[in-house]
Design a protein around this ligand. Structure first.
Ligand SMILES: Cc1ncc(COP(=O)(O)O)c(C=O)c1O
Length: 414
């Protein structure tokens, strides 16, 4: 038995709680939990993040800054591990990671036996894609709007193992959930084994009806891998609500953890179907811990997840989703009647997220993003994919309406 395994088995969590790991408090934020004015509350949230005064950041799709208290906690954990280097790793590392895992499992609504802390979505999903036990000729379905790292992993699998990838076109402005489900269903054959579904399309912000896609796929005996990089902790849901078999996300996006934290969920009965990325034979084939074997890596990143969860819960998942949509709707409303503006995403609330994507007649995406930054000090990102061309606009919880007014003004002046 490895020392890692022995340690986890010995770790007793009775008497110790994750709160003990949090040496900070969020009393200031909690004090305005029931604000007389909603904007007082969001002003406090805004103050929980430090943002450069040099520019307005409307590109929060890459990763999220940490709230200051999470950052402080992270730096404290870093100092603590630096002071007790191998002592920490040999005596406390596994137990404390397990406590964080428990907290994450509760947040995600899954068992701790179905979850691994990874470094990001790419690690989570590439582990599943490359490790999934498929046969030569087995087919996988994905869309032209999925994240390229996942598509590339499927391409590599096809080269190595002879699996076949089927790329479908995802409707950009679907009229119904059924239209989206049908797009996947039409590509299913007797050889289809797995579908990759992106929960929230990163280049447009479109939210897909994952539950309906999973139900349809399962009726054909097809498994579903969900890329929830942008949806987890942005939208208010628990993983079992989706019905997927595998899910990966990056906690450094909307959970606001330090960079380098992700989550992999594998449904208990599917764990044995996936090889770990790094060889591990110290755990049984159906033990989720076989995926945790990645060598020495910074434990303080994992510890700070706990603080980010506290921050997230203090705001509340439902309130967070509602606020992000409110910010999005605000700028959309402000620019919708400007001549030459096109929205490259569906506008209905059920398909909406914090992310949006616009074009302006006469501008290439790159030039529009450059114009926003150089003339107005507003940072966005241009998207230039075959099927989606525009500027991605993503406010965050710390974005103010005044900043969005500046963005609306910039679009007007373009
Ligand atoms: C939909 C989607 N999947 C996966 C990823 C990869 O995330 P990471 O780089 O954190 O692994 C991203 C990153 O933006 C994404 O938008």
């Amino acid at each position: 038995m490895t020392s890692r395994r022995a340690f986890i088995q010995k770790a007793t969590i009775a008497g110790s709680s994750i709160a003990a790991l949090n040496f900070w408090n969020i009393s200031e934020l909690k004090a305005v939990d029931h604000p007389s004015s909603q904007e007082d509350f969001w002003y406090q949230v805004r103050k929980s993040f430090y943002q450069s005064p040099q520019f307005i950041n409307l590109e929060n799709g890459y990763f999220s800054p940490q709230p200051l208290e999470t950052l402080r906690a992270f730096q404290g954990y870093q100092k603590m591990v630096n002071e007790q280097p191998s002592f920490y790793m040999r005596t406390r590392q596994y137990e404390e990671r397990f406590l964080v895992k428990k907290q994450l499992a509760e947040l995600a609504g899954v068992s701790v036996d179905e979850l691994v802390i990874t470094r990001n979505t790419t690690e989570s999903l590439d582990t599943v894609i490359l490790g999934l036990k498929l046969e030569k000729g087995d087919e996988a379905i994905m869309t032209d709007q999925d994240y390229l790292s996942m598509v590339e992993a499927f391409r590599q699998k096809a080269k190595r193992e002879g699996t076949v990838n089927k790329m479908i076109t995802l409707p950009k402005w679907p009229k119904s959930d059924e239209e989206v489900v049908k797009a996947y269903e039409n590509a299913i054959t007797k050889k289809t084994k797995v579908i990759l579904v992106t929960h929230l399309i990163n280049i447009t912000g479109q939210v897909l009806p994952v539950r309906k896609i999973c139900d349809m796929a399962h009726s054909y005996g097809v498994e579903v891998i969900c890329d929830s990089a942008h949806a987890f902790a942005q939208l208010d849901f628990k993983i079992p609500d989706l019905g997927c078999d595998y899910l990966g996300t990056s906690l450094h996006k909307w959970l606001c953890t330090p960079i380098g934290a992700g989550l992999l969920y594998v449904k208990k009965e599917k764990i044995h179907r996936v090889w770990p990325l790094f060889g591990d034979d110290s755990f049984a084939e159906d033990d989720i811990q076989k995926f945790e074997h990645i060598g020495t890596h910074p434990p303080y990143t994992n510890l700070a997840i706990s603080n980010a969860i506290d921050f997230h819960l203090t705001i509340g998942a439902q309130r967070k989703e509602k606020r992000l949509k409110e910010l999005r709707n605000y700028w959309i409303d402000g620019v919708k009647d400007i001549k030459g503006v096109t929205f490259n995403m569906p506008l209905e609330d059920s398909r909406a997220s914090a992310i949006g994507n616009i074009s302006k007649e006469g501008y290439e995406p790159k030039d529009l993003a450059t114009y926003f930054y150089e003339k107005h000090r507003i940072f966005t990102v241009s998207i230039f994919r075959e099927n989606v061309k525009g500027v991605r606009v993503t406010p965050h919880l710390y974005t103010s309406f005044r900043e969005l007014d500046q963005f609306i003004d910039a679009v007007k002046k373009a």
